[in-house]
Design a protein around this ligand. Structure first.
Ligand SMILES: Nc1ncnc2c1ncn2[C@@H]1O[C@H](COP(=O)(O)OP(=O)(O)OP(=O)(O)O)[C@@H](O)[C@H]1O
Length: 587
């Protein structure tokens, strides 16, 4: 239990660097809240003066002044609470925005292998729900946790000053709460974390079903996924109910103890009045102070729950922030040759996915000469995509090296490397943006002319011009839907827009129909002439584009040669090609 406690405190402490820049308004907000609560606490003391003075003595001369003080205290209390909101709202949102920005930047820096491991819904909920929880904590919970604890201490002090016996009664009814809160915190923390994780899982299901709506509809699997969604939603509901049950237990005690305290005060106070040891004003003031302390005492359980939920939210946030970026630019990068010749070599390259026992690549040797196009073929799952990922360092080799003009790609500046190497993936991803923005993603600061030129190369200019707003047409999610071939051509335009010296393409023809394929193929031939290219080939037509073919078998390059040579000499190649042809026909 103590370990959990330390970890809650330690996690919350990590919030400090984000709070530091806004500490002044936060502290001022805390002071304003404290003063507001003190004003409220002052009112029962004036009530005591009124009961024991003007009321008991039936002399109303002092009444206007005392009533005036009560009105003043009430107004000051309201003004100070207003000031708290004004002071805190901005800084709390600032903390949330800064943390969200840091998370986004870090997610951009993290290697693809990290993203493979995390469900996108989990990352989404960390960047949204969890950080909203942090904002609520900074703007409200942390302030009232400090202020209300102080108010309880001051209130108890006032009660002792009014009457030690009455003070003792309230203290006795408050102390068990401390022990109870201690127990509550450790129980609640576990359930709070579970609820946040389940909420992330649920976000993933919603996200995946929206993105995969076509597949679900086509296969009639909507009801199946709905069942899964409902099961997970029920699990989350059960966890939320478990939270409520734990909280309800604490809440019941929080309600009953102060009531018992007030009952005790009334009993002992009435006896005191009869004995003449307590005045009526003192009893009225003590009961009013105790009633005033109800919210600070009651709120402590809820505030502890908020604190625990925040600690869990922070824990989830820091899990991502603490993930190490392993693919980074070297401290002292070596300059690339100018101009880049584009000589790419794989030297004994090995690769194992993080956390996997199995080595996908087990000593790949491949020399791609400047200006040459090499098609990479191999069975499904043989590691072709993995080979291409190693050139722009979407992943780093786990053995051997990949060189560009004789320099290990890991020794080059990462940004420069990715400028030199253009990439297009088998699945052409488009973003919710205009055609220009989507293509311009391929390089920094490209002009509209360059975008047009790239579209021309990818034979996409014609269909883009026919779009309702031409280059400005919004495409991607929530935009105009494009055909597979059109998307593939835009992805190609994106790959070539920066005039890269090396192109790495994961079968750009796989989504194209025969007519479009011929068009893109012709365009590709032109593009490939000036550059070094490694093209994964899933179909024989892609192979025809290459000067040479390399065959990947069992994590190694088993054979290289021209398509004609391999077709004549290599039986495995012939078999592979006929499988590719069969798959193409089946597709
Ligand atoms: N994140 C991962 N963790 C563990 N193994 C992985 C991961 N990603 C891919 N693999 C495995 O690595 C192997 C190589 O995958 P890769 O996508 O490179 O093959 P490929 O030859 O491009 O396949 P295809 O022709 O079907 O596109 C496969 O067996 C795959 O299951």
């Amino acid at each position: 239990m103590s370990e959990e406690r330390t970890s809650t405190a330690a996690t919350l402490r990590r919030l400090w660097p984000y709070l530091k820049p806004v500490r002044t308004p936060v502290v001022l907000g805390m002071v304003a809240t404290m003063l507001a609560m003190m004003c409220g606490l002052g009112i029962p003391l004036i009530t005591q003066q009124i009961v024991d003075g003007p009321i008991a003595g039936r002399d109303l001369d002092a009444l206007p002044l005392l009533i005036g003080v009560i009105v003043l205290l009430g107004c000051a209390e309201a003004a100070l609470f207003y000031a708290r909101r004004k002071l805190i709202a901005g800084p709390a949102s600032d903390v949330e925005a800064r943390m969200r920005a840091e998370l986004y930047h870090h997610l951009q820096d993290l290697q693809v292998a990290f993203h493979d491991r995390y469900q996108s819904g989990q990352l989404l909920s960390r960047g949204t729900t969890d950080l909203t929880q942090v904002r609520r904590f900074v703007g409200f919970a942390v302030i009232f946790l400090v202020v209300n604890s102080l108010v309880v201490v001051v209130g108890l002090g006032v009660l002792f000053w009014l009457s030690p016996v009455l003070g003792l009664i309230v203290l006795a009814s408050t102390l068990p709460l401390v022990a109870l809160s201690y127990l509550f915190e450790s129980k609640f923390k576990v359930v709070a974390r579970r609820a946040q994780d389940q909420s992330g899982d649920l976000t993933t299901v919603v996200e995946e079903s929206v993105l995969g709506i076509r597949v679900l509809k086509a296969f009639g699997r909507g009801p199946h996924l709905t069942k899964r969604f409902l099961r997970q939603a029920r699990e989350l509901r059960d966890t939320e109910l478990a939270k409520v049950r734990i909280f309800a237990g604490l809440w019941a005690v929080l309600i009953v103890l102060p009531e018992l305290g007030i009952a005790g005060q009334l009993a002992f106070g009435s006896v005191g009045i009869a004995n003449g040891t307590v005045t009526v004003g003192t009893l009225v003031a003590a009961v009013t102070v105790s009633a005033y302390l109800r919210w600070p005492i009651d709120s402590i359980g809820w505030l502890l729950a908020e604190t625990n939920s925040t600690a869990s939210a922070l824990e989830r946030y820091f899990e991502v922030i603490d993930a190490e970026v392993t693919v980074t630019s070297p401290a002292n990068p070596r300059p690339a040759t100018t101009p880049v010749r584009g000589h790419v070599r794989f030297e004994g390259v090995r690769y194992r996915h993080p956390g996997s026992e199995h080595e996908v690549l087990r000593g790949v040797d491949l020399d791609i000469r400047p200006g040459e196009t090499v098609a990479l073929v191999g069975a499904t799952g043989s590691g072709k995509t993995t080979v291409t990922a190693l050139v722009p360092r979407l992943a780093d080799v786990t053995g051997g090296r990949v060189t560009l003009d004789g320099v290990d790609v890991r020794e080059l500046d990462l940004e420069e490397l990715r400028r030199v190497v253009g990439t297009a993936f088998e699945e052409p991803i488009l973003f919710s943006a205009s055609v220009t923005e989507n293509v311009a993603l391929g390089a920094k600061d490209v002009s509209e002319e360059r975008v047009r030129e790239a579209l021309k190369v990818a034979r996409a200019e014609e269909f883009v011009d026919a779009l309702p707003w031409g280059l400005d047409t919004r495409i991607g999610e929530q935009g105009l839907s494009l055909s597979g071939g059109q998307r593939q051509r835009l992805a190609l335009a994106r790959a070539v827009v920066g005039h890269p010296a090396v192109l790495v393409l994961d079968d750009p023809l796989s989504a194209l129909d025969v007519h479009t394929e011929a068009e893109v193929e012709a365009a590709l031939r032109r593009v490939l002439k000036g550059v070094t290219a490694l093209v994964v080939a899933h179909r024989p037509s892609t192979v025809q584009l290459a000067d040479r073919v390399a065959m990947l078998v069992d994590g190694k390059i088993a054979a290289t040669g021209t398509h004609t040579q391999l077709l004549a000499d290599n039986e495995d190649y012939r078999n592979l090609l006929s499988t590719m042809e069969d798959e193409e026909v089946a597709a």
